[in-house]
Design a protein around this ligand. Structure first.
Ligand SMILES: *Cc1c(COP(=O)(O)O)cnc(C)c1O
Length: 421
C-alpha cells in the first residue's frame, strides 16, 4: 500500500514530463489508514467465521473463537504483579499470528469467494463444500515469514484448500518448515534476512497470474486489523476482573515487536479504548531493534538495523526483523510510548523462569515482555529521581506472550539448557 503510493507518485510525474494531464490527490492521512470502525468490522468477521473455523479444525473441541486467556503470573523477586495475555496458547496456530494471519486469510477467502462467484450470503458453509474447494485450489497465497506468520497462513490456507507458498528467511526453524510441508504448503527457503525475503516473495508473486496473492507483512491492513481486535478482548477481561483503567491506574502493556504489525495493531486498538491511559511498550531483541532504530531516527524511512551496526542475529526468530513496517509506523508510530531492547540472554532467562514459575511454554520471542519490565520501570524511576508518580506504582502490567505452545519437546528442552551466542 505504501509502496503503491510511491509508484503512483512516480507515474504521475512521468505523465507531467510527457506533457499529459495528471491528478495529484492528497494521500490518506496515516491516522485514517485504520479506523475503529475497521476494527469492529474485523471483529464481526471473526465472529461470522467461528462456525467455519470450528468445522475446519474439529480437533480438541475448539469453539472457533480466536481468544486467549488473561492469566495471573506468580509474583517473583522485585517484579510488580503481572498479568499475562496468553497468546502463546492461542488455538490451532499457537502464536499471536492466529489473530493477524487468520484475519488476513478470512479476508482473502471472502475476496476469492466473491471473485469466483461462490455464493456466500448468510450461509458461509458453502465455503467448505467440494465445489468451493476445487475453485479455491486454483488460488495461491504467497507470504514471507520468519516462521509463525507462514505457519498460520499456510495452515489456514491449506484447510480451505488454497495453495500456499511460504518464503522463509534464514531465521526460520526447521520444524516450522516441516510442519508446513506436511500440510501441503510449498516452502521456499532463503539464505537472507526477513526484509529481503519479503522482497523476494513480492517478486515471486508479481511473476504469477491473478490467482496468486501476496500477503505483505510490511503493509497489510488486514493483518493489523486482526491484531487490533485483541484490544476489545483484553478490555473485556480487565472489566471482568473489576480492573478500571484511568489516569491513576494506567495500563502498561509489553508487546514483543518484529515488523511491528502485531504490537501495532494491538496498540491501535488499546489507544482507541483507553487513550493515553494505555501505555504501550514495544520490546525487541537488541540485535534486531528495528522499531527502536526507526523511531529514534526517521520514522518515515525506517532504517535497516545493519546501518546501525546491528547484525539481526537473535535467538528470537519471531522477532528477527531488520527493518520495521512502514504501515505500522504510519498508523501507530506516534502512539508507541516506548521501545525496550533486550538481549538474548535475558530472553532465554525469561523463557526458563516462565516455565519454572508458571508452566508457560514460550518461544524466546514470546518471553520478551517479561524481560522488558525491569528496564522500563528502572528507566521511569531514573527519569523521575524524586520517585515515580504514584500512577506508575499503581499501574496494571500486562505481558503479552506471543508464541510457543506448539514448540516440539526437543526444541523447548534445548532452550531450557542452551547457551546463547
Ligand atoms: C510475529 C511475532 C511477533 C511480532 O509480530 P510483528 O507483527 O512481526 O511485530 C511477536 N512474537 C511472535 C512469537 C511472533 O511470531
Amino acid at each position: 500500500m505504501i509502496a503503491s503510493l510511491e509508484v503512483a507518485k512516480e507515474s504521475a510525474i512521468a505523465a507531467l514530463r510527457r506533457g499529459d494531464s495528471a491528478v495529484w490527490r492528497r494521500p490518506t492521512p496515516a491516522r485514517d489508514l485504520i479506523t475503529l470502525a475497521d476494527v469492529d468490522e474485523a471483529r464481526a468477521r471473526f465472529q461470522r467465521f467461528e462456525p467455519i473455523l470450528r468445522q475446519l479444525f474439529p480437533q480438541a473441541g475448539w469453539d472457533g473463537r480466536v481468544r486467549s486467556q488473561l492469566l495471573d503470573y506468580p509474583q517473583t523477586g522485585d517484579m510488580p504483579a503481572l498479568l499475562v495475555k496468553a497468546d502463546h496458547d492461542l488455538p490451532v496456530t499457537g502464536s499471536i499470528k492466529a489473530r493477524g494471519g487468520v484475519h488476513e486469510l478470512l479476508c482473502q477467502v471472502e475476496r476469492i469467494a466473491l471473485a469466483e462467484g461462490i455464493a456466500q450470503e448468510g450461509d458461509l458453509t458453502v465455503l467448505l463444500g467440494a465445489e468451493a474447494r476445487s475453485r479455491f485450489a486454483r488460488h495461491t497465497l504467497i507470504v514471507a515469514s520468519t516462521g509463525n506468520l507462514g505457519f498460520s497462513i499456510g495452515l489456514l490456507a491449506r484447510a480451505f484448500g488454497l495453495g500456499a507458498e511460504i518464503h522463509m528467511s534464514r531465521d526460520a526453524k526447521a520444524w516450522k518448515k516441516e510442519r508446513l510441508r506436511a500440510l501441503g504448503a510449498r516452502v521456499v527457503e532463503h539464505e537472507c534476512d526477513f526484509s529481503e525475503a519479503v522482497e523476494r516473495a513480492r517478486v515471486a508473486a508479481s511473476m504469477k497470474g491473478p490467482e496468486a496473492y501476496f500477503v505483505d507483512d510490511e503493509s497489510s491492513r488486514e493483518l493489523m486489523l486482526g491484531y487490533a481486535v485483541a484490544a476489545y478482548e483484553l478490555a473485556e477481561q480487565l472489566a471482568a476482573r473489576d480492573i478500571v483503567i484511568n489516569a491513576e491506574r494506567p495500563l502498561f502493556v509489553y508487546l514483543p515487536c518484529g515488523v511491528g504489525g502485531a504490537p501495532g495493531g494491538v496498540t491501535f486498538g488499546l489507544k482507541q479504548l483507553f487513550g493515553r491511559n494505555a501505555v504501550c511498550v514495544f520490546v525487541e531483541p537488541t540485535a534486531s531493534a528495528s522499531m527502536f532504530a526507526a523511531l529514534s531516527q526517521d520514522p518515515a524511512h525506517p532504517v535497516h538495523v545493519a546501518e546501525l551496526g546491528l547484525d539481526n542475529r537473535t535467538i528470537a526468530d519471531g522477532l528477527a526483523v531488520p527493518r520495521a513496517s512502514p504501515l505500522a509506523l504510519a498508523v501507530v508510530g506516534r502512539m508507541i510510548d516506548a521501545v525496550v531492547a533486550v538481549n538474548d540472554e535475558a530472553l532465554l532467562d525469561k523463557v526458563r523462569s516462565a516455565w519454572r514459575t508458571a508452566g508457560l511454554r514460550l518461544e524466546p520471542a514470546a518471553a520478551a515482555g517479561f524481560a522488558a519490565v525491569t528496564p522500563w520501570l528502572r528507566h521511569l524511576q531514573q527519569a523521575a529521581p524524586a520517585g515515580p508518580p504514584s500512577a506508575w506504582r499503581n499501574a496494571v502490567h500486562v505481558v503479552w506472550t506471543t508464541g510457543g505452545s506448539l514448540l516440539p519437546d526437543h526444541e523447548f528442552d534445548a532452550l531450557l539448557v542452551e547457551k546463547t551466542g
